[in-house]
Design a binder for this molecule. Sequence first.
Ligand SMILES: [Zn+2]
Length: 316
Amino acid sequence: MAALEVVDLPVAVRNRLAALRRVPLTRCRVSSDIANVEELEFHWLVGVLEGEGTFLRGAPSNPGAPIVRVSMTDHDVVEHVAKLFDRGVVRLRRRKPHHKLPYATTIKGAPAVQLMYAVKPFLSKTRELQIDLAISSWQRRRAPRGRSRTADSLSTLVQTRTESQEARDRAWLAGLLEGEGSFLANRGVLSSYPVIKVEMCEREIIERAASVLDTRVWVVPPRTEEWRPTYVAQIAGHRAAEWMRALRPYMGLRRTAAIDVALSAYHPVRLIAPPLVCVVEGCGRSHRARGLCNTHYMSWSRDRAKGRVPRITPLR
Ligand SMILES: [Zn+2]
């Protein structure tokens, strides 16, 4: 019977239905296996570069070869970036004896320029300017040497948009937090709750992070006159726990461990049943709201009203 119904349809409609059935199937197979993973990795890389990327004009000895470098103390994260650059990882010298060992991966010349063109539309104005400066020193060589497979494929990848904006934002945020983020377990007397915090001097980047996390931006005044203010986006409690679970698969070893500590210490039942006393360490006054006593609640709410980073993080 079904076959008869199809035959009864006009030929034009039948062809369109057949086409509709064929196309999504083939598209799905291609994109879900390879392109999607790479698209999210691309946005993860954009996030890493936004936080930890250095875009430089060529060295004095080689002015025509601009440089993109990522330097961090997390070896596994630098290794992941190096894989995307199709380059190696170099161990750098400590700047001070007590510092952790930094690692770096560097891409130079034509592949670096390709990479910069690919990521530029997704980066903040600050980074865009750095890229323009770095590229301005670029001189095209007769024959491109030291090609990078990744840089080659990035330009075409930017055209591919199969993932949702939400998924791309999440990958970007993971990359940014890998450099500039903190996953914390805020410990009180009665409970511990997770906090995600990202702090930078570039307001535009923190504004984007805050909008992805659906929170506001706090301004931290500079400690001395020569310093610049910093900007903070922060979430705590249940929403921080949800975000930690969503970001965990993207994160490197150190931050995955921090997430696990924060989540394992978090028993959200305390959020639903408010504590009897204030959660601030050593306070012990009776509970008023959001896990805080009257004094600490007022302090938190004053900080918030004045646009300062609250010194106290409430339960909700
Ligand atoms: Zn208190």
